[in-house]
Design a protein around this ligand. Sequence first.
Ligand code: ADP
Ligand code: MG
Length: 300
Amino acid sequence: MSIEVKNVTKIYGEQKALDAISFSVEPGNIVGFLGPNGAGKSTMMKIITCFIPQTSGSVSVCGYDVIENPIDVKRQVGYLPEHNPLYLDMYVKEYLDFVGGVYKIDNRKGRVKEMIDMVGLEIEQNKKIGALSKGYRQRVGLAQAMIHDPKVLILDEPTTGLDPNQLEEIRGLIKTIGKEKTIMLSTHIMQEVEAICDKTIIINHGKIVANDTTKELQKQQAQEIVLTVEFDKPVETKELQTIDGVLQVKRSKDNLWLLEIKEDNVRNNIFQFAMKKELVVLTMQKETQSLESVFKNLTT
Ligand code: ADP
Ligand code: MG
């Protein structure tokens, strides 16, 4: 396994940021770590990259334990932190050369050039980092994370704050890099995992609420059907809940309801219910569900 997380808990003072989390990441995958703000994504990533220690549980990267072999772990891992703290007064090349020095890599000059080519920084390579757009700063961040040729990349919200064009470019770059490396990236945007991740781990309040291939998560959701139903007269939530096969009831507005059902034939029961209560069904429509609703269902 590239990353193996077992029963990890992290407590900050009184607050439990991670609650007995376990998951693993296979080599070669692009895994999305999806969750709302405050879910614990950055905390988990800082533990994997040896920036902070867990309170309990164990984490290993390429077989090296983060507590026992932090130096080996750091050799295997490249990290793009959430608020990519670049030295704005440094020139792009100078900065990458500096990072290369920290890792004591051979042929620094050649490697810096290679990284500049790889992330598409040729035009901007002689500028100060402070003069670059957010998209180009993220490219510098990616180059910095990869300069020592790690097997695993940990990218914390790599596309947050980018405009749509930059977003598209950075996603493309991550996909390309993902052909060579194992990548774990965090995001609070569902479309992001749909666009680039083979697997998705959803985290909420420090707990894992889903862990599957992105395709499977999309498929599972497709089996849960949400109907929008409009009656001609008011009706009580309680009454709708008595209909056989209706799993959840939510009022959309006035006499418009959202009913979550498991199977299509429940529609029959709804019509019969309406007849019994002398209600008229004005509309009944199936909603198509995306991964976005899986996320919402699991995290609210
Ligand atoms: P995410 O990256 O998913 O937004 P974080 O891992 O940053 O979530 O935070 C998880 C929880 O831990 C949040 O409630 C946050 O306020 C809390 N937290 C994060 N860092 C610290 C810290 N250094 N001290 C105290 N609480 C923290
Ligand atoms: Mg975060």
